[in-house]
Write a protein that binds this ligand. Structure first.
Ligand code: SF4
Length: 73
């Protein structure tokens, strides 16, 4: 499955990572390792425990040069 997504029921804000776009550059993880991590497939994923309640999602999305980070609608 191409889309990794969060399952954090405590927050309305959610992010997903399109693994087809992710180049595994590591920028998002190097910048915010409290939110992103590498998955077993070598692509970035959103940590299950990531808390977006006080986050600016546009800033987080802007971390990715490949536009792989998107807000889940
Ligand atoms: S910054 Fe984007 S391309 Fe790089 S690891 Fe994160 S999601 Fe993948």
């Amino acid at each position: 499955m191409a889309i990794e997504q969060t399952n954090n029921d405590q927050n309305k804000k959610r992010l997903k990572i399109d693994s087809d776009k992710c180049t595994s550059c590591g920028t998002c993880i190097a910048t915010r390792d409290d939110i992103f991590e590498f998955g077993e497939d070598g692509k970035a994923k959103v940590k299950d425990e990531a808390d977006f309640s006080n986050e600016d999602l546009d800033s987080l999305k802007g971390l990715c040069p490949s536009a792989a980070i998107a807000e889940e609608q």
